[in-house]
Design a protein around this ligand. Structure first.
Ligand SMILES: Cc1ncc(COP(=O)(O)O)c(C=O)c1O
Length: 392
């Protein structure tokens, strides 16, 4: 028997990988696969960002940096928080890590003790429960559904709080639903967290990809009490099409960030120096590339929704952000087997919802061209109509 650490041995592998691997296999065999599985922008990193990285190499910025990131980058992040989110973080309250995933992992490792409860809603991002498990904590999942717009309310949150509740994780806009919390909704949730002295991890990685409004609210901006309890997480992966560069960051109370620094000192040390130079350029230069990407994603979202409206038996909640449509397949059959069958029969890859805590759903990503969106959803529509005929 493998002698693996008891907290780590039950970690579940990423469900997205199985479908993605099968899609790649089919593609390699020459099949015309429509890939709605992607969890990253299909755009290339903007050229001016790449050039900054090349300059960094040429200038010899190829050595260790402070483990929590260069001062320049942390200053740029502090300025971004102030400008975009109204958050006054000092540079000693910011830690740059190897992607927002790493920032989240660090925070959970540092805050969670054996048996501590971490509350978050389903549908959730696949990594939250596994990170909590790895830290020896217990995930307390608040179920939400389409009828509540996939949102928790203060009342729902209160019902899931126990003396062991340590953290609430909020992810807005959400992966996988694309749902975004409004300021008033966050204020209600913040009040409960303050009342019960619960930390909040605010995963804001999709902040820049929002479609129906310009207004994004960071929960930490809603007053000093909640600011002092919140760890705000963001990064450059999604906003600047930089998923491979691995730069994310977290900001929060100085005492906690100091412990996170020590933890990172002895694990990864600094994220790649060249990626930090690229992220610095991304944050400091004109934000026009973000606006263009966002406009393109909005057009694609609207197209995917129009196409899905023509598919019988499917429903969805309109995503206000991120680049996913979370589709309810419960009227069409078992979503997990449908996702597998669709890939084999019509070569359309979507991610089954069970890994997100929503087994009736399949996540379709619109991080692909308009032509592929039309092609993919029309294949799905025909397939579902055929399946329905086969059943009668
Ligand atoms: C909700 C959410 N949080 C965090 C991340 C991690 O992003 P990064 O690539 O910066 O690690 C992702 C990536 O898919 C995500 O969807």
């Amino acid at each position: 028997m493998l002698q693996v650490n008891r907290r780590i041995k039950d970690i579940v592998g990423s469900t997205t990988l199985a479908i993605t691997a099968r899609a790649k296999e089919l593609q390699a065999q020459g099949h015309d696969v429509v890939n709605f599985a992607a969890g990253e922008p299909d755009f290339d990193t903007p050229d001016f960002i790449k050039q900054a990285a090349i300059r960094a190499i040429d200038k010899g910025e190829t050595k260790y940096t402070p483990s929590i990131g260069t001062v320049d980058l942390r200053e740029a992040i502090a300025a971004k928080f102030q400008k975009d989110n109204g958050l006054a973080y000092k540079t000693n309250q910011i830690v740059v890590s190897c992607g927002a995933k790493h920032s989240l992992f660090n925070i959970i490792q540092v805050l969670v003790d054996d048996g501590d409860e971490v509350v978050f809603q389903a549908p959730y991002w696949v990594s939250y429960p596994e990170m909590v498990r790895a830290a020896g904590g217990k995930s307390v999942v608040i179920p939400t559904d389409a009828s509540s717009g996939f949102k928790i309310t203060p009342e729902l949150l209160k019902r899931h709080i126990t003396p062991k509740t340590k953290i609430l994780i909020i992810n807005s806009p959400s992966n996988p639903t694309g749902v975004m919390y409004q300021k008033e909704e966050l204020a209600g949730i913040a009040a409960v967290c303050v009342q019960h002295n619960i930390y909040v991890i605010s995963d804001e990685i999709y902040e820049k990809l929002i479609y129906d409004t310009d207004v994004f609210t960071s929960i930490a901006s809603l007053g000093k009490d909640i600011f002092d309890l919140t760890l705000t997480v963001n990064g450059v992966s999604k906003a600047y099409a930089m998923t491979g560069w691995r730069i994310g960051y977290a900001a929060g109370p100085a005492g906690i960030m100091e412990v996170i620094k020590k933890y990172q000192d002895h694990s990864t040390s600094n994220p790649a120096s060249i990626s930090q130079a690229a992220a610095l350029e991304a944050l400091k230069a004109s934000q026009e590339s973000i606006n263009q990407m966002c406009q393109t994603f909005k057009k694609r979202r609207d197209l995917m929704l129009r196409c899905l409206d023509g598919v019988p038996r499917l429903s969805y909640i309109r995503p206000q952000g991120a680049f996913y449509v979370f589709c309810d397949f419960s009227k069409a059959g078992d979503a997990a087997s449908i996702a597998r069958q669709m890939l084999d029969d019509i070569k359309v890859a979507g991610i089954p919802g069970d890994g997100f805590g929503a087994p009736d759903y399949i996540r379709f990503s619109f991080a692909t061209s308009e032509a592929r969106i039309q092609e993919g959803i029309s294949r799905v529509a025909k397939w579902i109509a055929n399946q329905a005929q086969l059943k009668v």
